[in-house]
Design a binder for this molecule. Structure first.
Ligand SMILES: *[C@@H]1O[C@H](CO)[C@@H](O)[C@H](O)[C@H]1NC(C)=O
Ligand SMILES: *[C@@H]1O[C@H](CO)[C@@H](O)[C@H](O)[C@H]1NC(C)=O
Ligand SMILES: *[C@@H]1O[C@H](CO)[C@@H](O)[C@H](O)[C@H]1NC(C)=O
Ligand SMILES: *[C@@H]1O[C@H](CO)[C@@H](O)[C@H](O)[C@H]1NC(C)=O
Length: 371
């Protein structure tokens, strides 16, 4: 960008340089799977994981499908809104320009994506975390060209980052016998493999400027309707839940360690496992009437892999914890978001720091479970 440096502009630039700030907004960059996808997969024409048919989106905006794997908002939507941060558009949205990126950030999340490249191949097209980071690097090139590398560096260092993946690495990889990881690893060595990969990815993000970053753990993914239907008695699959707990523990330790060792890093781990587990066990305490079946289902045929126009909906969508076989409903997401905000102390009204609080955003992914 060629700037004609009129005096006021020069003064502005100097002021910002002096205070070490950046003449730009604080935005979010979101890396995730279907719990955080806001439309990327709808542009992947061969993807089998797309929320592009009714009744997805029925309680969002105009009620048409918008790419979210939910009837309404994702947890990230809700937390970001509460924090006053803009909702980042999907990376593949045609209206994404440098100006939009500088105003709103970018959401790279993709349904079916995992920490591992090989996760979710069954869906044919999806962005795994490495691919999402590749795309982010392309975004950085564009912004550097637009505002110069010095301002761009500040812009990317003051942005908020969310990394919310992992459930597909289990549900759509390790736990499925069609994937070679399922016979190559055991529980312990698979989680080790995930941690080595995630460590490299989080260090890579740091080298690209990420300083304020949140990683979200997994919910009790053995209790999603799909997993219950696959168990003989309709109960939660304990083995799957144990894997989620082990993943959360290892990820939490990894994030603390990286936050302590990477320069200027403020990396946090958010885990909504207990909250979601309690909602599932005691739905009535939270105003829900059902916590074991999907609101959108195809009659008695279970599992229906996705919500489709021919499906029937439950009579009160706000009383179901799960929207489809994998994903929480809008009201469950709201409850999860509120609990995460409380638990992790975001939005502490006593914070007088001028900069917006860390975008807890996306605590959601934690609870996401699949696709
Ligand atoms: C693209 O993003 C804009 C806002 O940034 C939004 O209004 C629009 O609905 C998005 N398009 C699609 C197809 O999701
Ligand atoms: C994972 O995929 C990315 C491209 O998205 C590639 O650059 C990288 O080498 C792959 N890593 C492994 C371990 O296969
Ligand atoms: C860490 O922050 C200090 C003070 O803002 C800055 O001088 C330094 O370059 C930063 N280091 C890295 C690696 O970001
Ligand atoms: C904020 O400060 C008030 C008064 O010092 C205190 O009572 C309150 O607990 C604080 N709230 C939080 C969320 O820290």
């Amino acid at each position: 960008m060629k700037l004609t440096l009129t005096l006021p502009i020069l003064v502005t630039i100097l002021t910002h340089a002096l205070i070490g700030g950046c003449n730009c907004k604080i935005v979010q960059f979101i890396f995730g799977d279907s719990l955080s996808d806001v439309g990327n997969n709808n542009f992947l024409s061969k993807s089998l994981a797309r929320a592009n048919l009714p009744w997805y989106g029925i309680d969002f905006g105009n009620g048409l499908p918008n790419g979210r794997f939910c009837n309404g908002r994702t947890v990230a939507d809700i937390i970001g809104d509460e924090m006053g941060l803009p909702r980042p558009p999907a990376y593949l949205n045609q209206s994404l320009t440098e100006d939009v990126i500088l105003e709103d950030g970018v959401n790279f999340a993709s349904g079916g994506g995992g920490i591992l490249n090989e996760t979710g191949t069954y869906f044919i097209q999806r962005f795994s975390l490495y691919k999402q980071i590749d795309l982010f690097q392309g975004t950085q090139d564009l912004i550097r060209e637009k505002i110069g590398s010095k301002e761009a560096e500040k812009f990317f260092q003051q942005a908020r980052y969310v990394v919310a993946l992992g459930s597909n690495d289990f549900i759509n990889n390790y736990l499925m016998p069609v994937y070679s990881d399922s016979w190559t690893y055991n529980d312990k060595s698979f989680i080790q493999y995930l941690m080595e990969t995630l460590r490299a990815q989080l260090i890579l993000l740091h080298s690209l400027g990420a300083r304020e970053l949140m990683v979200f753990g997994l919910g009790p993914m053995g209790c999603i309707p799909l997993q219950r239907v696959l168990s003989t008695d309709g109960e939660c699959q304990d083995k799957t839940n144990q894997l989620a707990l082990a993943f959360n523990k290892a990820t939490s330790e990894l994030v603390v360690e990286l936050s302590n060792t990477l320069p200027n890093a403020s990396y946090k781990f958010g885990d909504a496992y207990d909250v979601v587990n309690d909602v599932i066990t005691n739905p009535g305490n939270y105003g829900f009437s059902n916590s074991d079946s999907p609101c959108c289902s195809f009659g008695r045929i279970r599992p229906a892999l996705t919500c489709i126009p021919a499906s029937t909906l439950c009579s009160d969508r706000s009383k179901y914890v799960f929207w489809d076989e994998y994903h929480p409903s809008d009201s469950a997401n709201e409850l999860i978001a509120k609990e995460l905000i409380k638990k992790l102390g975001f939005l502490n009204p006593n914070q007088t720091d001028a900069s917006p609080p860390t975008p807890a955003a996306t605590g959601p992914s934690s609870d996401e479970v699949g696709r």
